[in-house]
Design a protein around this ligand. Structure first.
Ligand SMILES: Cc1cc2nc3c(=O)[nH]c(=O)nc-3n(C[C@H](O)[C@H](O)[C@H](O)COP(=O)(O)OP(=O)(O)OC[C@H]3O[C@@H](n4cnc5c(N)ncnc54)[C@H](O)[C@@H]3O)c2cc1C
Length: 388
């Protein structure tokens, strides 16, 4: 038992009996994982293989294809896994998340043949997934995407660019959203599966502040046969949003894991480090940092697992609940980790020290799968609907 509790035992009213076991398996994997920032691509492949061997990728694939997930996914299970993995390493967490995000559109909209071709590799970790929505000129405003899909005989032709695509360069399949009618905005979006050796696809990897396989994609007349169409024009945007709706809550789970690790490191340091003749935890300001952090972590957990429970059990729209969890947990985790660096003093900004890595890892979680500002837009839209 950690001083900061475990989510399933602390919030039993939000979970089902199997969730305890899911969290335990993920925690065991996290404990055995060694962080190594040297080769992001290779470590991502190793992470996927480890997650597969532990059976955790089963939560990304439906039962009919050898997985463990129900048709609408088990968001509490996914969130618990990310909370556990996030405590160990952001890269391990990303490897898990991308197997889900990069395959759920296929689970939802794929034909039987598409599911049979792409899902087994997701499950055994041999095919890494990718979800390609963001473009250089279309970030938060996804519907303004310019990547163009045009009919080409029986099939399709893709031209344009995507950027900030996780797993670019290591993925075995890319779910790509493209515009068939620029005037129609969201109503013109279709979705396709692109494979890495499709002619006309080029990948330019780049680095972000923490280890994360990521890059830009270019499509120069990529010809796709008809069986690569995942969602017809008009259905692609909804498919992207439904996928993000399911996975947004799990980003908050990863934030909980990063925050919990920061608090654990902070408590250990604050009790061991002696200044002015006593451990620094005896200094009221440092004790307050820890007390505030523990309180914010618990508040975040309540919101995040409320969102996951709502997504798993309710049929109505739960976008506001999920957005609140993502907004609060990622922002709280940033504050907790910042204080953790402060508690560590100079050691906190030294390369290789866990809180230094956490400081780099947390930042992107406030940006991807909808920035904090966009979460507020979603919450406010819910309030406006309720006031009508
Ligand atoms: C590490 C990482 C991994 C990623 N992985 C993927 C991936 O796998 N697939 C993928 O498709 N994308 C991915 N992304 C892209 C990510 O989803 C976008 O970065 C995000 O949606 C924001 O878009 P943007 O970067 O273009 O910022 P912009 O949309 O340009 O936003 C810039 C600023 O303006 C604010 N803003 C914009 N619109 C509004 C508004 N209406 N109201 C208030 N504020 C607003 C934003 O909140 C932000 O602060 C990833 C990004 C990162 C950093």
């Amino acid at each position: 038992m950690t001083p900061f509790g475990t989510s399933v035992t602390d919030l039993p009213f939000l979970f089902e009996p199997h969730h305890d076991r899911v969290a335990a398996v993920a925690s065991e994997v996290a404990r055995g994982w060694v962080v190594d920032e040297a080769d992001t691509a290779q470590r991502t492949r190793e992470a996927a293989a480890l997650l597969a061997s532990a059976g955790l990728l089963g939560w990304c694939v439906p039962r009919g294809f050898g997985g463990k997930a129900p048709d609408r996914l088990d968001v509490r299970a996914l969130t618990l896994v990310r909370e556990a993995l996030g405590q160990a390493d952001g890269l391990l967490d990303t490897a898990f998340a991308m197997q889900g995000l990069g395959s759920y559109p296929i689970t939802l909209a794929g034909t039987e043949a598409q599911r049979a071709r792409y899902l087994p590799g997701i499950l055994d970790g041999s095919r890494l997934g990718a979800f390609a929505l963001t473009e250089p000129e279309a970030g938060s405003d996804v519907a303004s995407m310019r990547c163009r899909a045009t009919r080409d005989g029986d099939g399709w032709r893709l031209d344009g660019a995507k950027t900030f695509i996780s797993n670019a360069g290591v993925a075995g399949q890319y779910v790509v959203f493209a515009q068939t009618d620029p005037e129609a905005r969201s109503r013109g979006v279709a979705a396709f599966v692109v494979e890495p050796d499709d002619a006309g696809l080029s990948v330019e990897p780049f680095e972000v502040i923490a280890p994360h396989p990521i890059g830009a994609l270019r499509f120069d007349g990529v010809r796709l046969p008809a069986d690569r169409l995942l969602a017809p024009p008009g259905e692609g945007f909804k498919l992207a949003m439904t996928t993000l709706d399911a996975f947004r809550n799990t980003v908050a789970g990863a934030a909980l894991g990063l925050a919990r690790r920061a608090l654990t490191e902070s408590l250990a340091r604050a009790t061991a480090r002696v200044q002015f003749g006593q451990p620094i935890i005896e200094q009221q300001q440092i004790a307050t940092y820890l007390a505030d952090g523990a309180t914010e972590l618990d508040a975040a957990r309540l919101l995040v697992y409320r969102g996951a429970w709502a997504r798993d059990t309710r049929e109505d729209r739960v976008s506001s609940e999920v957005a609140m969890g993502k907004l609060f947990a990622t922002e709280a985790a940033q504050r907790i980790i910042d204080r953790a660096v402060q508690i560590h003093g100079g050691l906190g900004v030294t390369r290789g020290v866990p809180v230094e890595r956490l400081y780099r890892e947390i930042r992107a979680l406030r940006i991807y799968e909808g920035t904090s500002e966009i979460q507020r837009v979603i919450i406010a839209a819910g309030l406006k609907r309720a006031a009508r």
